[in-house]
Every structure is written in structure tokens, then in C-alpha cells.
Design a protein around this ligand. Structure first.
Ligand code: GAP
Length: 478
């Protein structure tokens, strides 16, 4: 495909997703009635359910289904000393460049690359002009090589604690959830009497003053992370890195992500963070190409060491059994190594929306095409919709509402809809990703059966009313 065609197909799908999100209440632009705030998003009724389901599935597989991982919920605002020790205050920055022609501000490391000294053609004030590239990239917006010098821009959001800004009251909004696991390492280890290997998991908001916010909720300034720090004896770290990279890859596949759209990519040596000894990205094939979904890194004992040095508090683990190589006696204090699977919850929401989106053209026997979100039933915001065939029949509407209550009592998110013809109601649920619709009709009165319709193949079965909750529950748990 030519670049132009590819770009338009890309923006086409993204536009459809953004449109669907707004139309159906998945994601809205923040502060929309005031013109919107760049890079901030609000999750509507369907979006909040989808995001919570993604995060609950992560928690289930990372914490509840394992004996070796426990949870943590730390403050977003931590002591500024944490961020000094971790290196974020000094070094958490991106290279920033301004285009002197179109005034776009962008990240140098994300800009189109050209050969230094090359002649480049670009559009300025409606004309095509030629310039010489004195830096190895050009403006991503207009293609101009006429750029400012590169500056480092720190991504930390600053605020101050207390009523008066005295200068030394500066605090930061956390840019990752990870550091709280390091500074609480001994608190958690000792209170839960844990022995490496073990993990501490956390989910929640993180904040980065990103220079380039892009692709809807893919990169925003406020986002949610799902991170786990797995503390292990240093010699076991390479094996645990292998284990976790596969475990995390499989998690996306288990939740329905198409395998051909996912890959694991090892970081090249020059890509590795200075503290990391090996890193893999789980990448997804987004409409704009392969890009990061999650990183799984061997962070060595870098973070514990830094916090130990800066706080003056020993953060070593004492293994009473291990032989100390220096003394030859049993018992050794050591700083564990850390394997870190770090995922973005909001980015994962976008990924699942893109992956699940499908358009079916009209076919024989069905004159209208349909848009369907083929979300895994565990992720679907609404699990089942209850539809009385005829709105005016009070017995039908009453029965449908009764069944909704029954589902809700069983912890299954059910939705009642009586408006419009049944076909339109099915279409609305397909677009919302609802895997099951149950229709209550005249026959229900006679024999106590209802129709269950499956989203993916639109098959319809007649089932006994009293079996409905059981059937839907077992399909969700499959
Ligand atoms: N503790 C390691 C860490 O934070 P990271 O690669 O910077 O690593 C982990 O972030 C994940 O968080 C990313 O893979 C991505 O899914 C998500 N993420 C990072 N920055 C983001 C942003 N500005 N907007 C949305 N998600 C982001």
C-alpha cells in the first residue's frame, strides 16, 4: 500500500474508534463543553466498565490466581526524595524540538529521520520549498528541517504540598506506579513474611507531561498503569524474565487478542534503559504500525540499591539458608533482582477496542451490515441485554425487568432495552460488544422459554428461562 493510502486507512479505523467511543459512551474528550483539554479523557458508562474489566482481569491473573504475588495501593504523591533517588527528577526527560516554520513542538526521537545535510522538500505558506537538514530529523507535521536546538524536557508534573509554595514544598505526581513497590519492599516482605521469589502488584493512575500526545488514549498525560515488581534471587532473574514475558503475552491472547496482531520484541542493547539487563516489549499492530503495549524488564537490583543509598535504610533480604560465599556459613543478606511487567491499562483498553472492532457487510438474508465489537465476554461492559419483543405488553416488559434483576443479583451486568424494533436493539448491543441478548416474547408466556442470541455468529437458541443465568455465567467463565 502507498504511504498515503496506508495513512488514510489508519486514520479511518482510528476515526471510527474515536467516533464509536463518543457515540456510545466509551470515552469522551475531557472538559468537552469548554472546548476540551488536550490529552485528557473521560471514560463514560461503557468505557468505565471496559477499563475496570481489563484491570480486574489483570488483577485476577497477577494476584488472585497466584500465591507468590500480593497487592499494594500506594499514594500518588510520594516524598520527592523517592523521585530524586529513582533518577526521575534528574533524568526523566524527552528531547524536545520546535519547528520554526509551523511552530509544532515535538519529540526528536519520534520524528521522521533524514540524512544530515540532505536536501528536503517541504510545504511552507502554501508553497513547496527546499531546505537543508542540519539535524537528523525533520518536523513530523510539515517536513521542515528548519528546527530549534534540542532541549531536554522533564516529564514530571510538579505541584506543591501545603498552603504556601515555599519552594521546598515541591512534590510530584507519580510518573509510574513502580517506585512505591520498591520503597515498600521491606514493609510488604516482612508483614506478609514473603520469601523471594515473590511479587508486589499495583494498578492506578500515573502522570507524565508528554510532549507529544498521540493516537487518542494511546499516549496521554494522565493514564493508568498495571505494574508488578517480581523480587527474586539474582541468579534466577534471566529465567523469570523469560517466564514473565511469555505469561504476559499469553494473557492478551487468552482475553481474545488476535495472535497475529501481537509480538514480543527484545530490546536492542542501545535501546535498553541504563538500569535494565534485558527487556522485551509486547507490541501490538496498531493502525499506525507495531508499537508498544507493555514492557517486561529485568531491572536488576538498581532501584533497591538507589533507595538504600539515598534513604540510608537497609533494603536487603536475609536468606537464612543460603550459604554466604564470603564466609562459607549459612545465612546471607542480599538485594533481590527485579523482573517488572509494566502495562498500561488505558492503552490496553484502546488495543482491545481496535482488535475487537469489526464491520460486517450486508449479506443474503440481512440487508443491513453491522458494526460489532467482538470483545471477550469477560471484558464486555454489558454481559447480557434483556429485550421484551413488544413494548406495549406489560407481561413481557415486567418479565424482562425481573430477569435483569436476577442477573444483577448474580453479579452480571445486565441491561434492559425496550426501545425500537428488535433488529435495531440487537445492532446497538453488537456495537457495544454485548455478547448475549435475551428476548422475551409471546412464547415465554406459554412455555417459559426465551431466545438467546449470540453476538458473534447471531445464532439464536431457545432456552428455559430458569437456565438463563447459568448459561450466561458459564459462557463468561469459559
Ligand atoms: N515502571 C516502568 C514503566 O513505567 P514504561 O514503559 O514507561 O515503563 C509502562 O510504561 C507502560 O505504561 C507502557 O508500556 C504503556 O502501556 C503505559 N504508558 C506509558 N506512558 C503512557 C502514556 N503517556 N499514556 C498511556 N500509557 C502509557
Amino acid at each position: 500500500m502507498g504511504d498515503k493510502k496506508k495513512n488514510s486507512a489508519e486514520s479511518d479505523l482510528m476515526q471510527k474508534i474515536v467516533g464509536l467511543c463518543k457515540r456510545r459512551g466509551f470515552v469522551f474528550q475531557s472538559s468537552e463543553i469548554y472546548g476540551g483539554l488536550k490529552s485528557a479523557y473521560d471514560y463514560g458508562p461503557l468505557g468505565v466498565e471496559l477499563k475496570r474489566n481489563v484491570m480486574a482481569e489483570w488483577w485476577r491473573s497477577m494476584v488472585h490466581e497466584r500465591e507468590d504475588v500480593v497487592g499494594l495501593d500506594a499514594s500518588i504523591i510520594m516524598s520527592p526524595k523517592v523521585w530524586q533517588a529513582s533518577g526521575h527528577v534528574g533524568g526523566f526527560s524527552d528531547p524536545l524540538v520546535d519547528c520554526k516554520d509551523c511552530k509544532t513542538r515535538f519529540r526528536a526521537d519520534k520524528a521522521p529521520v533524514v540524512e544530515k545535510g540532505a536536501e528536503v522538500k517541504y510545504r511552507a505558506q502554501g508553497k513547496t520549498v527546499t531546505g537543508v537538514a542540519n539535524q537528523p530529523y525533520v518536523c513530523p507535521e510539515c517536513g521542515s528541517p528548519n528546527l530549534s536546538e534540542e532541549r531536554e524536557f522533564n516529564l514530571l508534573f510538579k505541584t506543591n504540598l501545603g498552603p504556601v509554595d515555599t519552594g521546598d514544598s515541591t512534590v510530584y505526581l507519580r510518573p509510574e506506579t513502580a517506585q512505591a513497590m520498591f520503597v515498600n519492599f521491606l514493609n510488604v516482605q516482612s508483614t506478609y513474611r514473603l520469601k523471594p521469589p515473590f511479587g508486589i502488584a499495583q494498578q492506578g493512575k500515573s502522570f507524565r507531561n508528554e510532549i507529544t500526545v498521540e493516537h487518542f488514549i494511546f499516549r496521554s498525560c494522565e493514564f493508568e498503569q498495571m505494574e508488578m515488581e517480581y523480587f527474586c534471587p539474582p541468579e534466577e532473574a534471566p529465567n523469570w524474565l523469560d517466564y514473565w514475558k511469555q505469561e504476559r503475552f499469553d494473557w492478551y491472547v487468552r482475553l481474545g487478542c488476535k495472535k497475529e496482531n501481537l509480538r514480543l520484541r527484545a530490546h536492542e542493547d542501545d535501546e535498553l534503559a541504563h538500569y535494565a539487563d534485558g527487556c522485551y516489549d509486547v507490541e501490538y499492530k496498531y493502525p499506525w504500525g507495531w508499537d508498544e503495549l507493555e514492557g517486561i524488564a529485568n531491572r536488576t537490583n538498581y532501584d533497591l540499591k538507589k533507595h538504600q543509598e539515598a534513604s540510608g535504610k537497609k533494603l536487603t533480604y536475609f536468606d537464612p539458608v543460603k550459604i554466604n560465599p564470603e564466609t562459607g556459613k549459612q545465612g546471607v543478606h542480599y538485594l533481590p533482582y527485579v523482573i517488572e511487567p509494566a502495562a498500561g491499562a488505558t492503552r490496553t483498553v484502546l488495543m482491545f477496542l481496535l482488535d475487537a472492532y469489526d464491520e460486517e457487510p450486508p449479506s443474503e438474508g440481512r440487508k443491513d451490515g453491522r458494526v460489532v465489537l467482538r470483545l471477550h465476554p469477560r471484558l464486555a461492559p454489558i454481559k447480557v441485554a434483556l429485550l421484551p419483543l413488544v413494548k406495549k405488553d406489560e407481561w413481557l416488559t415486567g418479565k424482562a425487568r425481573e430477569i435483569v434483576k436476577d442477573f444483577l443479583r448474580n453479579g452480571i451486568n445486565a441491561f434492559y432495552d425496550e426501545k425500537d424494533a428488535i433488529g435495531r436493539r440487537y445492532a446497538r448491543q453488537d456495537e457495544a460488544g454485548t455478547p448475549f441478548c435475551i428476548t422475551v416474547d409471546g412464547q415465554t408466556k406459554e412455555d417459559g422459554t426465551v431466545t438467546i442470541r449470540y453476538r458473534d455468529d447471531m445464532r439464536q437458541d431457545r432456552i428455559k428461562l430458569e437456565e438463563a443465568v447459568h448459561i450466561v455465567t458459564s459462557k463468561i467463565r469459559e
